[in-house]
Design a protein around this ligand. Structure first.
Ligand SMILES: [Zn+2]
Length: 124
């Protein structure tokens, strides 16, 4: 989780506290009841966001056949994590970049990471 994502979570929690206060005032219910309900919804939302982030650990492979479970780590190099998918394509995972490795081990742009670990085409 990076600093922006952490800030988003804190904003969510602050909003949750505010909304529960509003609900308790407007609907005339006890504050603890409003907090419990809002807290429960918030917890589900956060778990969902985190599970999506986990599922997006690796992008789909270049041939579109392999998902996150189909990658195997080859070695951890100084450049990043060397991975291979079930099709036999090699990749290099760096902090925010997922690069294709050709037979000579040369790196080619493939995907880069955005917020919440979503992958987009790396057009560089
Ligand atoms: Zn593959």
């Amino acid at each position: 989780m990076n600093i922006v994502e952490l800030a988003c979570l804190l904003v969510l929690i602050a909003a949750g506290l505010l909304i529960s206060k509003l609900i308790s005032t407007v609907m005339n219910v006890e504050i603890w009841l409003a907090r419990t309900v809002v807290g429960f919804i918030l917890a589900i939302t956060i778990v969902k966001i985190l599970s999506v982030a986990r599922k997006n650990r690796y992008p789909q492979c270049a041939s579109g056949k392999c998902g996150v479970e189909d990658y195997e780590g080859v070695e951890l190099t100084s450049k990043g994590l060397h991975l291979v998918c079930k099709c036999g394509q090699h990749y290099l995972l760096q902090k925010q970049r997922f690069q294709l490795l050709d037979k000579e081990g040369k790196e080619h742009s493939y995907k880069r990471r955005t917020l919440w670990r979503r992958w987009v085409d790396d057009s560089e």
